[in-house]
Design a protein around this ligand. Structure first.
Ligand code: ATP
Length: 907
């Protein structure tokens, strides 16, 4: 087929009638494309995806590694030493640059690959009509000519020409910056209409807020308007986090201070009559040694490892900073249904004004019975029961299928349960014959009920309603008796029944009917004018998730408060919260409803949300005020959500968490993290991982700052004192180059420590440089300088040559750095408790470092390049003694810190 698919001005889809577009695209406006044709087009057009956001070519990222003030200093130094004829120095400096850039490049590539892999996990799906049947496909498989169905919460998967729309509004802010949702309708627009004004088009990347629609795919992937913008915007800065930014600021400050110190060293050396060339290399070595240049790479590695570990625990992090923030979470606000509970509903009881029925059976299998006092219910003799089950079954969009081995539900579990309840009786078919549904008011969390209008040949119409009890009761003045007559609604009896059922943790919905309904427009307002009669209540069991109680207990032990925020009834929420021991202070948690909260002024609101753990009948919009108020109290808030209206709260929360299974695309888009299994326990696991990640960052900083400081200080002290350098500049560069990569980075792989969830969350405003860290830096750096100087002097005094004395000094440095690395593996436990092989990377790194050190000491070529010499036994004895003494002092200091920490844990 020869298709004219290129968007030319004359054939702009918005400027053509739908029929013309259908013809141009060679498709069918009702049945869509055939599968075979779709496959051919997919091969022609390629998948409907945008090229990677971080589309920088590898060479540019490699060069990017050099774009750092420190590296400029190094390159300048290398060039200068080259000109001065110091070839060894020049090549060692060049090697430092190369090793650092290579490690940085490899790590960045791995981090990006990890994030890229995640993107495919969170890939969107689209509902498309093919061969006349509605099916779900990955949105990457969409092709021009496909007929796509849209509903609230969908992210528009490609550029679509509107075919039919029902009161649809779309948030186009991603594309146009316009934050108010815009209405869409059919028309033929002038060809030059701006993108923002094209009411006949749905653009890829925009979000459907309300209504439903169908659209024809006219452009996919890069050909869409979003693709055009995408090409203009360069790669997103995925790897910056608050911590990396804090660190970047810290290291630029450090760079300035150290370069200034290097300059002073240079000047002092010159004044003391040293030659300019060697003082220059000394100053450079001081700078290179003292600057913790592996820090940014380490942060990326640690975070990327965290992201990968989280996937294994069923959480996909969409923004890297979230890994870091997770560990600092102080409050988790969670939904009830589906997150704390399984969202697998079974109706257990039906209440009617004339009495209650029990419902047997489990899951979505319609094998079960509706009984009263042990006898099977006769629906012909109880009109209220019959109509309640009818409403449950017909005012319903869920589908049930038997796949040969089990019953499968498509759609909302609440609706599935009500459909199954009706199937356990003979009701499902009775009033259905000839009762075609002619209008629907869909369920909406802001107005929690659903209503349908059915037209029979012999009737004016039947209105069926099901939904939250308060809402349905407000629509009814009457209730139905078993004999089909009506009487005024007995509110007291109704709320007693609701309380009794909800106290058992059951989810209760009310049903109502108007058998002579003649609604005109069938809007929510219209329903007030009908004669709806309350027929009964249906109460369903939604069992708590097996791991939820333990996960909540773990959060509480970790000093994290858990708050339940649900759209469900207060009594049901209280019962479930009590079962899960959500409020450690009581077995009967206090519940506040959305309406009660709304009536409070800001001060009272703040007090109320501090003391309350369970919030019921909360509309998604009200979650935003809650998050904001909690944040104002200094909390780091994680908040779950799944619907369109949850998006603002998800965005506002420090960690917005969307449901991967039951969530809308809008919610996932707004979230920082997506739960692949919708399970609360996964949030707890993610917090635990987040804490582990932060710990590893702290461990790396704890190791790198003191050792770098020592490397710089050893030169500074010697020059200032005017003594011979115990370690040569090239040797400092060697230590720096090998230890940062072989030793320091291995801490990123440190497993999570036991007990991370037994200490309080870290304070959000805790500075990078804490008192204990400064003390440790001073102590370890001082010890390194003292020990290496002592070994150097002692070697000279014992008659060794300069080269041997320096090699001994370097050996002390490296051995102490190794011992200190092992000490840094844990801040809370003694080193011998950690297990030798619990981090094989550390062991491997140490072995390679020792081999490198042996080569440095004994290989003749290394002796020439670095000015080293083999050590004799006496030198080794001094080296080992010095290293052992320093290690013992550091171990004693750590033991003191561990004891203090145990008394006042601060995260
Ligand atoms: P959570 O907010 O914890 O996920 P939820 O599922 O109970 O809980 P909503 O989906 O907002 O929250 O539902 C609120 C209320 O709306 C329910 O308690 C129920 O009474 C009613 N309801 C839920 N689903 C439907 C439906 N499909 N049709 C009619 N009413 C419904």
């Amino acid at each position: 087929m020869d298709l004219d698919l290129a968007p030319r001005t004359s054939s702009r889809p918005h400027a053509r009638a739908v029929v013309d577009e259908v013809e141009r695209l060679g498709t069918d406006g009702r049945d869509g494309l055939g599968e075979a044709e779709a496959a051919t087009r997919l091969a022609d057009h390629g998948p409907n995806v945008l090229p990677e956001a971080t589309g920088d070519p590898a060479w540019r990222r490699a060069l990017g590694q050099l774009a750092d003030p420190l590296i400029y200093v190094l390159l300048a130094a290398a060039a200068t030493t080259l000109v001065l004829g110091e070839y060894v120095d020049a090549s060692v400096i060049a090697a430092v640059v190369l090793v650092n850039a290579t490690v940085g490049f490899i790590q960045e590539t791995r981090a990006l690959a990890a994030l890229e892999g995640l993107r495919s996990l969170a890939l969107a799906e689209a509902r498309v009509v093919r061969d006349g049947r509605l099916r779900t496909v990955g949105s990457a498989d969409l092709v021009p000519g496909d007929l796509v169905a849209l509903q609230p919460g969908d992210k528009v998967p490609a550029d679509l020409r509107l075919v039919g729309a029902d009161d649809v509004r779309v948030d186009e802010s991603a594309l146009t910056g316009e934050s108010d949702p815009v209405a869409k309708r059919d028309a033929v627009l002038p060809a030059e209409t701006r993108v923002a004004d094209r009411c006949t088009m749905f653009h890829a990347g925009t979000l459907v807020r309300t209504g439903s629609a169908q659209g024809l795919v006219v452009a996919t992937g890069e050909d869409t308007e979003l693709g055009a913008i995408h090409r203009m915007v360069s790669g997103a800065e995925l790897l910056a986090t608050p911590l990396t930014r804090k660190l970047a600021r810290f290291s630029s400050l450090l760079t300035v201070v150290i370069v200034a110190l290097a300059a002073v060293t240079f000047a002092v050396g010159l004044l003391r009559g040293q030659d300019a060339a060697s003082m220059f290399t000394a100053a450079v070595a001081l700078a290179v040694g003292a600057i913790p240049e592996a820090l940014p790479a380490a942060v990326t590695v640690v975070l990327a490892i965290g992201v990968t570990r989280l996937v294994h625990r069923h959480a996909v992090v969409r923004r890297l900073p979230a890994v870091e923030t997770l560990g600092g979470t102080t409050v988790i606000c969670t939904d009830k249904t589906g997150t704390l509970t399984t969202n697998q509903m079974t109706v257990r009881a039906v209440w009617t004004p004339d009495g209650s029925y029990d419902v047997s059976g489990a899951g979505y299998d319609p094998d079960g019975q509706v009984t009263r006092d042990g006898a099977v219910a006769d629906t012909a003799r109880d009109a209220a029961l019959r109509w309640s089950l009818t409403a449950g079954s017909w005012c319903n969009d869920a589908g049930l299928d038997h796949d040969g081995s089990q019953w499968l539900l498509t759609g909302d579990p609440t609706e599935g349960a009500m459909k199954v309840a009706a199937l356990k009786t003979d009701v499902a078919g009775v009033p259905g014959r000839g009762l075609a549904r002619t209008a629907t008011i869909p369920f909406d969390a802001r107005r929690p009920f659903m209503a349908t209008l059915h037209q029979a040949d012999d009737r004016t119409g039947v209105v069926l309603v099901k939904g939250a009890v308060e809402q349905v009761a407000a629509l009814c003045d009457l209730q139905m008796r078993a004999d089909g007559t009506t009487e005024p609604l007995d509110h007291a009896a109704l709320s007693q029944a609701v309380d009794d059922l909800a106290a058992r943790g059951l989810r209760v919905l009310a049903t109502a009917v108007d058998v002579d309904g003649s609604a005109v427009d069938f809007t929510p307002a219209d329903l007030h004018r009908t004669d709806l009669v309350l027929t009964g209540l249906q109460a369903m069991l939604d069992p708590p998730r097996p791991a939820a109680a333990a996960a909540i207990a773990a959060c509480l032990a970790a000093g994290i408060e858990v708050r339940m925020i649900t759209g469900d009834h207060a009594a049901t929420a209280a019962a479930v919260a009590a079962e899960l021991h959500l409020d450690p202070r009581t077995d009967r948690p206090v519940v506040l409803t959305g309406a009660e909260l709304a009536s409070l002024d800001d001060e009272a609101y703040g007090a109320a949300i501090t003391s309350t753990r369970v919030f019921a009948r909360v509309a998604p919009e009200e979650k935003l005020r809650l998050v904001t108020a909690l944040q104002a109290q200094g909390h780091v808030v994680a908040m779950t959500g799944d619907g369109v209206n949850d998006a603002p709260a998800l965005r506002r929360a420090d960690i917005g968490i969307a449901m991967g299974l039951g969530g809308t695309e809008v919610a996932k888009d707004a979230a920082d993290m997506v739960l692949l299994d919708d399970d609360f326990a996964t949030i707890e696991a993610a917090v635990e991982e987040g804490r582990g990640v932060f710990d590893n960052l702290v461990k790396f900083i704890l190791w790198t700052l003191p050792t770098n400081m020592g490397e710089g200080l050893v030169i500074l002290v010697a020059v200032l004192l005017g003594t011979a350098l115990p370690i040569l500049p090239t040797q400092i560069l060697w230590i720096n180059m090998t230890t940062a990569v072989l030793l320091g980075l291995t801490l990123a792989f440190e497993p999570r420590e036991p007990g991370v969830m037994l200490r309080p969350p870290r304070a959000p405003d805790r500075p990078l440089l804490t008192g204990p860290l400064v003390w440790r830096t001073v102590l370890v750096a001082g010890l390194l300088v003292a020990a290496s100087s002592w070994v150097f002097d002692a070697a000279l005094a014992a008659g060794s040559g300069l080269a041997e004395a320096r090699t001994a000094a370097v050996s002390v440095f490296v051995l102490v750095e190794i011992a200190y690395l092992v000490s840094c593996r844990s801040q809370t436990r003694a080193t011998w408790r950690l297990g030798l092989l619990s981090n094989p990377w550390v062991v491997g790194g140490i072995v390679v470092q020792l081999l490198a050190q042996a080569a440095f000491t004994y290989l003749p070529v290394m002796n020439t390049v670095f000015g080293t010499a083999p050590l004799d036994l006496a030198s080794w004895a001094r080296v080992l003694t010095a290293a052992a003494v320093v290690t013992a002092v550091i171990a004693a200091d750590k033991a003191r810190a561990v004891r203090r920490r145990a008394r006042t844990p601060t995260g």
